[in-house]
Design a protein around this ligand. Sequence first.
Ligand SMILES: Nc1ncnc2c1ncn2[C@@H]1O[C@H](COP(=O)(O)OP(=O)(O)OP(=O)(O)O)[C@@H](O)[C@H]1O
Length: 263
Amino acid sequence: MSDRDSQMTLLSVEGLGITFGGLKAVNDVSFQVKPGEIVSVIGPNGAGKTTLFNMISGIYQAGSGRVVLNGEDVTGMEPHLLARRGMSRTFQNLQIFQSMSVLDNAVTGYHLQEQGSILADLLGLPGSRRRAEAARDGAMALLGRVGLERAAEREAGNLSYGSLKRLEIARALALNPKILLLDEPAAGCNAVETAEIDHLIAEVAASGVAILLVEHDMKMVMRISNHIVVLDHGEKIAEGDPATVSKDPAVIAAYLGAEHADR
Ligand SMILES: Nc1ncnc2c1ncn2[C@@H]1O[C@H](COP(=O)(O)OP(=O)(O)OP(=O)(O)O)[C@@H](O)[C@H]1O
């Protein structure tokens, strides 16, 4: 039994599958994520990575299989209920409010947690002021954690792309997740911005939060992942540590095949 096998499991994906109009976009995919671990899902374009993410995070209803979080079957559970159980995510397309301040964007992360409190806050009900102050303090601390403290009062739309990506991670952290799903956190970033995101992801994982990552930047994936799951045409074709996966003939063939198909 390897070290990884002996650790407790936080997220267990069990035989997950979905079909779109006859196409098996994801077929019988299983893997596990442990606390504090960085697990990446990779594969050529159209392999099913985003679809898999969408099933795990309750955006798509799985056609088959189960998602188990902390021992509880959470298959198909709505995102806000998953958030309460410790799963939060970011999206490939940024979900930032461009005309709001950086700080207010981070504060919205706190409201995703408790839907009722937004109404209470709008009505000025007792406790809402205290809650708003706590959210502001928490949001400031998160901005410090992602290196955006000094940009707190700036309009989010004026931030560089890499900073926006970090702001989105800060907002997801407001939910105090046990596992954070990141959909292409380095997409569109330059080398310096990618290195900053690398560092942030490693820091979050070191604090005990598990990270599940979909990312095209292979250098980044190989650098930061503890474990890699490889998909091709909706199927898991390999999994293991970066060194093992990068040498796997099936993985090499899938990527070479994709390159030839693009020509
Ligand atoms: N909502 C949908 N309806 C129909 N087909 C879909 C839908 N979403 C994805 N697909 C198809 O499912 C397959 C997997 O797509 P998916 O976007 O999950 O791949 P991916 O690995 O994330 O690709 P990329 O790396 O390009 O983002 C593709 O063939 C895609 O066309």
